[in-house]
Design a protein. Structure first.
Lengths: 544, 286
């Protein structure tokens, strides 16, 4: 007799009470012990709903109509209590910051076990074992708040593993990690599967996940499974616009499609700094150093000029000083030594509001800034603060809405929009201020592949900006969009060059916790022929 | 950082007690202090507070900001009380003038005059001592109680699991909240928002705080959904909890609790007997 698969789903349908349409339709699948199943798809495809059905949050915390069957070790989820489900399915949510509940690492890992009323001694043993297993025993007595993103992810995972589940469910586990930490996390996940764990991984960074060779893959769209089978057949079926595939696969598929629009518009001539003398200095860092405590420098003697026409990608590991660096540009932080000027004005002598007239800063998360009752009022907030005349504000707001493609949503509350739309509102609110320089912190974070490409395409085609600078973890963003790369590590700029020069030494990249991607490698292979970097889709047409 | 206080393990009198014992003692102290307006009685409570501070092992540098804020606040209000006699009227009915300072100028026919009376002076002094004692005992707590122990402390004091864990969660998310707040502040500053330039009436000022308050609140609400999911997924609230930490009362803890309760009972008794009311030394009345 064969043992049943740990997870079997038959004809699963679910509709949230608040919605008209089904969130997932006719889902059937089964996963064997020791296997990794990749669940990919763009946002809104139903992958999170599927995950909630498996871990029991649906229908317990999220109400709606559920039909079909989910079997965990041959028992139906609906017959199990949440406490029982939690010992079979361990779930790691997308944002570790929001799921770590303990102040200290040991308390966090112990949380689930405490709730199960296990004896104190057993809890201690299991906590130590889980931390040991993930090689983070040294973190046991640390404060959870001060951990790095990668450490937080591992601590969250340890908290789930301590409950000894047989199925591990990971919801976009790579979203907040830098490339090296992501690779680390993936290696751990593979080894857990090899030890017999059943792993389900919801992720749109398919290229990264493919490195650990998931046995099977699912591609979801509109709540349905479009592909389900061995990973080897995955690339033939999925839409390469929706999820991020390795560059080679995209090129093969894109060859037969018409050339991307980007090739003809964006590449002809960048809109950035158009119509004015290029190369003129806009922002200047002169021997800038910064520290919170004098014995620990966060920035060390930075010399840097941002010129008209620059599209700069700032790369580097977490905690390297990237955000500190760009916060100096808008005067939110002032240099402790050295000096800093924007269009010739020393940032120590003018207010942040004054600098905001020339330099627009878009923060990583739109929800940290959106507050107004309507999109229109949200966009008018900045220009009003800058005391622009009323009729000019009206015109600029209208223009900004058109540019970011939010027409029709003027009267909508920004907080009710989707994440991608909120992101566009946050950009538009800076556009309406008529800034010449656009600075963005992780502009693509939290957006799926398809959305972030179209988002970046749109920004680079905007008229009016004289320079753009963005912080990113994603090397491919630098490859596709930047004309200059700044690599920051340990508070200094370790490299400042064109993408082709900055990214060709893989050892150097790894020292800076960056992992060369297939797109970078392919671009470097074709570089003698192309002379510059392109997206995979473009390459397919440029090299043939 | 908004939240700059930090717990550290220190070799101090306060930390040598079980946190539950200290919380009980602190509550007794707090309640007892409120019974008295007599400067002489209040000196007793001030002494307890001073001993606690001086043996706390917390360096001046660590608490400087908190102290400056509290001292500034207390001095300001005590001084205000002194100038106006505000608030003291319920405690005394007659005033004995010590000095009368009249300004040498007139504003619209009115001569600003400062009445220094024995009652106002003593009331301001008593208030200063009272508030200082309470405030200083209170701010010692976040520096001295291990944040990982809040939950078990309140569980140990008899609160149900869910409420006690709520204390742990609060400690966990205060820094997250602080960071969200400073991020929002920076994001709005980058849009030309200047909180220093708030103007208008109270209502208008609150309205102008919306760019800060709304995002921070929304963020907290959105985040709490994830937090609840995370708790559900790890079986929170299905039965009685084991708490990883275990607190045990030792002899000194029992002594501290007894001392606290005795102080409270004595205070109640004294105040019922009519002792400890507002007092002005005889020489000031002469």
């Amino acid at each position: 007799m064969t043992t049943p698969a740990p997870l079997v789903i038959e004809n699963l349908n679910f509709r949230y009470h608040s919605r008209e349409t089904l969130a997932i339709k006719n889902i059937s699948l089964s996963v064997e012990a020791g296997q990794v199943l990749l669940i990919a798809g763009a946002s809104g495809c139903g992958k999170t709903t599927l995950a909630r059905c498996i871990n029991g949050l649906i229908p317990r915390s999220y109400k709606g109509e559920l039909s079909g069957k989910i079997l965990l070790n041959d028992k139906e989820v609906k017959d199990l209590s949440l406490a029982q489900v939690s010992q079979i399915v361990g779930t790691v949510l997308q944002d570790p910051e929001r799921q770590i509940l303990g102040t200290k690492v040991a308390n966090e890992v112990a949380f689930g076990l405490e709730n199960l009323t296990l004896p104190r001694e057993e809890i201690r043993e299991r906590v130590a074992e889980a931390l040991e297993h993930l090689k983070i025993a040294h973190l046991m007595y640390r404060d959870t708040f001060n951990l790095s993103g990668g450490e937080k992810q591992k601590v969250a995972l340890a908290g789930v593993l301590a409950m000894r589940p047989s199925i591990l469910l990971l919801d976009e586990p790579l979203a907040s990690l830098d490339p090296a930490s992501a690779q680390d996390a993936l290696a751990i996940i593979r080894s857990l599967a090899d030890e017999g764990m059943t792993v389900l991984m919801v992720e749109h960074r398919v290229e990264d996940v493919l490195r650990i060779h998931p046995e099977n893959a699912i591609f979801m769209m509109d709540g349905e499974i479009r592909y389900y089978g061995p990973t080897s057949g995955f690339d033939k079926t999925v839409d390469y616009h929706e999820v991020k595939l390795p560059a080679g696969m995209i090129m093969e598929r894109a060859r037969d499609d018409p050339a991307p629009e980007r090739l003809t518009t964006l590449r002809q001539d960048s809109m950035v700094g158009m119509g004015k003398t290029p190369g003129e200095p806009l922002v200047k860092f002169e021997n800038v150093s910064f520290w919170y405590e004098p014995d620990r420098l966060v920035l060390h003697d930075i010399n840097l000029t941002i010129n008209r026409g620059d599209v700069i990608a700032v790369l580097g590991p977490n905690g390297a000083g990237k955000t500190t660096l760009v916060k100096h540009a808008i005067g939110l932080l002032k240099p402790k030594s050295g000096s800093m000027s924007v269009e010739g004005k020393d940032t120590k002598e003018v207010s942040v509001a004054n600098i905001a007239r020339t330099l627009g800063y878009v923060f990583q998360s739109p929800s940290h800034m959106l507050f107004a009752p309507t999109v229109e009022e949200e966009l008018a907030f900045g220009p009003q603060n800058l005391k622009h005349p009323a009729d000019q504000i009206k015109q600029d707001v209208a223009d900004a809405i058109k540019i970011v493609n939010l027409a029709g949503l003027e009267k909508f509350p920004p907080l009710a929009l989707s994440f991608g739309q909120q992101k566009r509102v946050s950009i538009a609110s800076v556009l309406a201020m008529q800034s010449k320089i656009l600075v963005m912190d992780e502009p693509t974070a939290g957006q799926d592949y398809k959305n972030y490409l179209s988002f970046m395409d749109a920004i680079l085609q905007l008229p009016g900006f004289e320079a753009i600078l963005f912080i990113t973890h994603d090397i491919d963003m630098a490859v596709i969009y930047a004309n200059r790369v700044l690599m920051v590590n340990d508070g200094t700029v370790v490299c400042d060059a064109s993408p082709a020069e900055a990214l060709n030494d893989f050892d150097f990249l790894r020292q800076n916790r960056l992992i060369p991607t297939s797109l970078l490698k392919t671009n470097l292979d074709y570089l003698p022929k192309t002379g510059r970097f392109y997206s995979a889709e473009e390459l397919a047409h440029v090299v043939h | 950082m908004l939240v700059s206080w930090r717990y550290r393990k220190r070799d101090s009198l306060l930390q040598s007690f079980d946190p539950r014992a200290w919380i009980i003692f602190f509550s007794c102290f707090l309640a007892s202090t409120l019974f008295f307006w007599d400067f002489r009685y209040l000196l007793f409570f001030l002494t307890i507070a001073l001993v606690s501070i001086l043996t706390s092992g917390i360096k001046w540098k660590e608490m400087a900001r908190a102290w400056i804020f509290i001292i500034g606040f207390i001095l300001f209000f005590s001084f205000l009380t002194f100038l106006t006699g505000r608030g003291g009227m319920e405690l005394y009915t007659t005033e004995h003038t010590l000095a009368k300072l009249a300004a040498s100028f007139k504003i619209f026919g009115w001569t600003p005059t400062l009445h220094i009376t024995a009652e106002r002076t003593m009331f301001a002094l008593s208030m200063l001592v009272r508030v200082f004692s309470i405030a200083s005992m209170t701010i010692l707590i976040p520096y001295s109680l291990n944040p990982a122990h809040y939950g078990i402390t309140f569980r140990g004091l008899g609160l149900p699991d869910k409420i006690a864990y709520g204390m742990d969660l609060t400690m966990r998310f205060i820094p997250t909240f602080g960071r969200d707040f400073s991020l929002t502040m920076d994001a709005q500053k980058a849009r030309g928002y200047e909180i220093e330039k708030l103007s208008g009436g109270l209502f208008a000022q609150v309205r102008k705080l919306a760019p800060l308050i709304v995002p921070v609140t929304i963020h907290a609400i959105a985040g709490s959904e994830d937090i609840i999911d995370a708790m559900d997924l790890r079986a929170f609230g299905v039965g009685p909890r084991t708490w990883l930490e275990k607190l045990t009362y030792r002899k000194r803890d029992r002594v501290l609790i007894v001392v606290g309760v005795v102080i409270l009972l004595l205070s109640i008794a004294l105040s019922l007997l009519g002792y400890g009311k507002f007092w002005v030394p005889g020489f000031m009345l002469g």
